[in-house]
Design a protein around this ligand. Structure first.
Ligand SMILES: CC(C)(COP(=O)(O)OP(=O)(O)OC[C@H]1O[C@@H](n2cnc3c(N)ncnc32)[C@H](O)[C@@H]1OP(=O)(O)O)[C@@H](O)C(=O)NCCC(=O)NCCS
Length: 153
């Protein structure tokens, strides 16, 4: 993976590539922390059709290098506030700051819309990543995620 990293809004034509990034991350990385059935459910929801549905419901960003989509993250407006959804980086590109750049891009987007707080239903796998970025537990209970939040002030 060479080339400058470029973060841009996703288009419908990116659905297959976004799906491939998410499925690889689920199978190669999240599978260390979740039972095989849970991963299978998440993979089933992360196909191109599932991604297209999310493109219609959220603002989705992609990180692109050398013409390839290697990461994605979304901003969802929920009744409880702005939420970061589906932050995934292709496993062979982990640890190079791409996840942090996508996280900052979603934070900037939410702040620009006037949101004071960003919620994150974090995967068990990425909890430490978010804690390092200043997120803290909301105290709410959830089944497969750890509800975190950060002030955008
Ligand atoms: C979480 C994720 C998006 C981070 O992407 P990334 O591009 O590797 O992130 P960065 O390179 O910006 O940051 C990596 C840093 O976080 C740390 N980190 C990344 N994933 C981590 C994890 N699962 N647990 C602990 N630390 C982690 C790395 O050690 C690294 O720290 P360093 O910079 O001090 O070396 C990526 O690991 C991923 O796709 N995980 C699987 C999917 C997932 O769970 N996404 C979150 C859904 S809520």
């Amino acid at each position: 993976m060479d080339g400058t990293l470029h973060i841009r809004p996703a288009e419908d034509a990116d659905a297959e590539a976004i799906s491939a990034v998410i499925v690889r991350a689920l199978r190669e990385v999240n599978a260390r922390d979740y039972p095989i059935d849970a991963i299978a459910d998440m993979v089933a929801g992360a196909g191109p059709e599932g991604v297209r549905a999310r493109l219609a419901a959220r603002t989705v960003l992609v990180a692109e290098a050398a013409g390839e989509v290697i990461g994605t993250a979304g901003l969802e407006r929920t009744p409880k506030g702005a939420a970061l959804r589906s932050l995934y980086v292709r496993p062979d590109a982990h640890g190079r700051g791409i996840g942090s750049r996508l996280l900052r891009a979603v934070e900037d987007l939410a702040r620009a819309e006037g949101h004071a707080v960003l919620l994150v239903p974090a995967s068990i796998t990425a909890e430490t990543f978010y804690l390092r970025h200043g997120y803290a537990p909301t105290g709410a209970a959830a089944a497969d995620t750890i509800p975190l939040f950060r002030s955008l002030a």
